[in-house]
Design a protein around this ligand. Structure first.
Ligand SMILES: *[C@@H]1O[C@H](CO)[C@@H](O)[C@H](O)[C@H]1NC(C)=O
Ligand SMILES: *[C@@H]1O[C@H](CO)[C@@H](O)[C@H](O)[C@H]1NC(C)=O
Length: 369
């Protein structure tokens, strides 16, 4: 092969590769996973991922149930606790895989009589392990979301009282963190979430909690030992609008979802959450009121569209809900870059090999002649 034709074939090959890899990278990623599921009047507010049994779990606006949702959208009622007061809501739920339990926040929406509790159920049998009434000194309270640490302590946010309860492994409740930090920011009275303070909560491995406050758009770092609170400085954003569900991905990225703004924010920190940056901001589907987000294997992100607002406003009758996988365009770009880099290395290696073979053939020719 002459030098000229080899150069042409190189350019041609590169051209072909760039033409080919774009659809290939798209095909490798596939389309995001969409799970439609049907359950009359379920209106689930929160989502959890049960890694052991490989299905999602959701609560319900007033069925007093926890349901499992398979990847194929098969719904099964895992727990039905009719000993709870009629029509109460199963709000935040979380899987405590170390203790094989699911923890569920139970709240009675106005005008039902006040009721705030945390229930724990065995994941295998569905048996209730405890039902712990949450004390609020007769003040109005809204038990909302729950996170669990490695010892099995649960942390529940109070959206009206703006404090955090702690419930230990045995189910004994206490008021854990009632910091002035939680009430020092002005509340936007015109905001659709103005009634709702502390909301989504996530436990971070190094012994602290991250908590979102809906009506100020703030995120707090709470020490899981002593309950001391710091507001996290978010460097590059306007305030988050009505943040709701919060979850930690295994790579340390924190996901925050807002049903009012229809957004998923991806937050990162390189100093243990003294400060953070919004690293990506993703627009979600504008129908379905996405209140909850989870991360499952290989950091895949799934959002629940449970139409809770519709249910709370009283237009019951809905049967179909959905869970949707969400992809970060930024992270897909990064993946594409890596694929190009790998293809580049492959090509370089191939041409080097061809060059050596050429030399070898030449040397052999020399020897033979
Ligand atoms: C629960 O909801 C049903 C249906 O809306 C209603 O008929 C019933 O009276 C409610 N029960 C309570 C205790 O509010
Ligand atoms: C963000 O929140 C702070 C305090 O809560 C407020 O003073 C400020 O005006 C808000 N900024 C925007 C852009 O909304």
């Amino acid at each position: 092969m002459s030098i000229n034709s080899s150069k042409h074939s190189l350019i041609f090959t590169l051209f072909l590769l760039f033409q080919l890899t774009s659809p290939i990278t798209k095909a490798l990623a596939g389309t995001p996973h969409l799970i439609n599921f049907r359950s009359q009047n379920l209106y689930p507010e929160s989502l959890a991922w049960d890694a052991k049994n490989q299905h999602f779990l959701t609560g319900s606006l007033n069925h007093r149930t926890i349901s499992s949702i398979s990847d194929a959208g098969i719904v099964e009622t895992l727990i039905s606790d009719t000993s709870l007061p009629e029509n109460v809501t199963v709000l935040g739920i979380t899987v405590d895989s170390l203790h094989n339990r699911v923890l569920a926040v139970i709240h009675a929406v106005h005008p039902l009589p006040p009721y705030n509790a945390l229930a724990a159920y065995d994941l295998n049998t569905g048996n209730r392990l405890f039902l712990s009434l949450l004390p609020s000194d007769d003040q109005p309270a809204l038990a909302n979301d729950v996170a669990v640490d490695f010892k099995g302590n649960a942390y529940v946010t109070n959206s009206i009282g703006n404090f955090i309860w702690k419930i230990n492994l045995q189910g004994e409740p206490s008021i854990f963190s009632k910091s002035a930090r939680f009430t020092e920011n002005p509340v936007d009275r015109d905001s659709p979430c103005n009634f709702c303070g502390l909301n989504g909560i996530a436990y971070v491995n190094n012994g602290y909690l991250l908590v979102a406050q809906s009506n100020t758009g703030k995120i707090f770092k709470v020490d899981a030992e002593d309950g001391t609170v710091r507001q996290i400085l978010l460097n590059n954003v306007e305030n988050l609008t009505c943040p709701d569900g919060v979850v930690l991905r295994s790579d340390g990225v924190v996901l925050v979802v807002s049903p009012e703004a229809n957004k998923l924010w991806m937050l990162k920190s390189n100093n243990g959450w003294s400060e953070g940056v919004v690293y990506d901001k993703i627009d979600l589907g504008d129908e379905g009121y996405p209140t909850s987000v989870v991360a499952r294997e290989r950091d895949r992100m799934y959002v629940l569209y449970g139409y809770v607002k519709e249910g709370v406003l009283g237009s019951l009758g809905r049967e179909s809900f959905r869970i949707e996988e969400v992809r970060s365009p930024k992270e897909s770009e990064d993946e594409n870059v890596w694929i190009y880099v790998m293809v580049g290395f492959g090509l370089a290696y191939f041409f080097y090999w061809r060059f050596q073979m050429g030399q070898l053939v030449k040397n052999m020719d020399k020897k033979i002649n």
